[in-house]
Design a protein. Structure first.
Length: 406
């Protein structure tokens, strides 16, 4: 007798989903040739029943792994209680989640949106509002090359990468892209029009780029001196990803404004914009969101954050992340075409001397390991934060065989 799941999966395997997708979708994604239908912990299954160890993790989103019990229970209960009520009214889950985030960060107030891009837009609007009130209408935001802040027109202008910008010019004004990790360039770009500096503490999409140890503190002091705001985009680095709840904690700094998304909902779409009291200059009507702070999503995110804190997930990330980096450094000694291993916690990159990332990733995929090609010559590792040492060993074994073949 076949189980229900097996029967369902047999039905799924009778359709050519990938061919259907090619006919139906706008051509925005270059997907890996695999159709995922199920996940559990750090593992996923495709429509043919093949199992993979998932080091992509929903793009650094599935912090507690696939289908974690705390989220299932929170969604189940909240979906029977209240799913959507709008921000015309007070609702409990969003207030509970806000309280948790404020208690565990250096920020004082919260606004909820649905994605990283949306809360980054909110952060820039907040900084512009601040500029109008306190800085004679200053509106420019300094950002850096190889950053990533989202896909709306304004966030495309904020994202300092030509490949995202060139097709959409003219872009909204008010964003100055300077070289990454270059404090002098930030100083030079600061004028009476500047209201904020927007940075990722560690760049994710740009290739897992770590700043010099003193870069962020220099920028924070500069912002204080000039009376402008420091906005940290912790959409990818936040929620335990780098081994502390927020990455800023490792650099001895405090942002005026911070954004979160990816890992916050562990797969349930949510973004949060947080600000210190002095930067909380919105007044009613300035900003809003229909779905932002929705009870269903906030109940799930609350369960995620609560689980992370009570089980000290960031500490687990710091420990297993170090193990991952050490094992990758071992591979670097074994294979001469590996030129660099870098990262913090479970946000890690492996760089090659030529553009072979796609080839290596395809070979790993065939062997049952999912990885992300962050640049033509660079692989990114961003597994669920609950990944075990044994699963990391398994991933390294698969990667080693794939590298031998290359
Ligand atoms: C993914 C990402 C975004 C965009 O988030 P979406 O949820 O895709 O809108 C913004 N900033 C950083 C640092 C990211 O990694």
């Amino acid at each position: 007798m076949k189980s229900m799941v097996q029967q369902e999966e047999q039905l799924l395997s009778q359709t050519n989903w990938q061919e259907l997708e090619h006919r139906l979708f706008l051509r925005t994604f270059n997907r890996s040739p695999v159709t995922l239908v199920r996940g559990q912990g750090a593992w996923v299954w495709d429509d043919k029943g093949k199992k993979y160890l998932d080091f992509v993790g929903g793009w650094a989103v599935d912090s507690l792994g696939h289908c974690p019990t705390p989220i299932i229970e929170a969604l189940e209960l909240q979906s029977r209680t209240l799913i959507q009520a709008s921000n015309q009214f007070y609702t409990v889950p969003q207030i509970e989640l806000a309280q948790l985030l404020v208690q565990h960060s250096c920020l004082d107030r919260v606004f909820f949106g649905n994605s990283g891009t949306e809360v980054n837009e909110g952060a820039v609007k907040l900084a512009r509002r601040y500029g109008k009130i306190y800085l004679n209408g200053a509106f420019e935001v300094i950002t850096t090359s190889s950053s990533f802040h989202g896909r709306t027109l304004a966030m495309t202008a904020a994202t300092g990468q030509d490949k995202f910008q060139d097709a959409y010019t003219p872009l909204p004004a008010g964003f100055i892209n300077v070289n990454y990790n270059d404090f002098t360039a930030i100083k030079a770009a600061t004028t009476e029009r500047t209201c904020a500096v927007l940075l990722e503490p560690i760049q994710g999409e740009g290739g897992v780029n770590l700043p010099d140890d003193d870069f962020l503190s220099k920028v924070q002091h500069w912002c204080q001196e000039k009376g402008i705001l420091l906005i940290l985009d912790e959409v990818q680095t936040g929620m335990g990803r780098t081994g502390t709840l927020f990455a800023y904690q490792q650099y001895g700094i405090e942002p005026d404004i911070m954004t979160l998304a990816k890992g916050l909902g562990s797969g349930v779409p949510i973004g949060a914009l947080l600000a210190k009291e002095h930067a909380s200059v919105f007044v009613p009507g300035d900003h809003g969101s229909t779905f932002g702070g929705n009870p269903l999503v906030c109940a799930a995110a609350y369960a995620v954050v609560k689980f992370m804190i009570s089980n000290n997930i960031p500490q687990h990330v710091a420990i297993v992340g170090l193990n991952l980096i050490n094992q990758l450094k071992q591979l670097e000694l074994e294979f001469s075409f590996i030129t660099n291993v870098r990262g913090r916690g479970l946000l890690v990159a492996l760089e090659f001397d030529t553009d072979i990332a796609a080839k290596v990733i395809l070979s790993c995929l065939k062997r049952g390991l999912l990885l992300n090609r962050v640049k033509p010559n660079t692989i990114r590792f961003m597994p669920p934060l609950i990944i075990t040492e044994a699963e990391i060993d398994k991933a390294i074994d698969i990667l080693r065989s794939a590298l031998r073949e290359t």
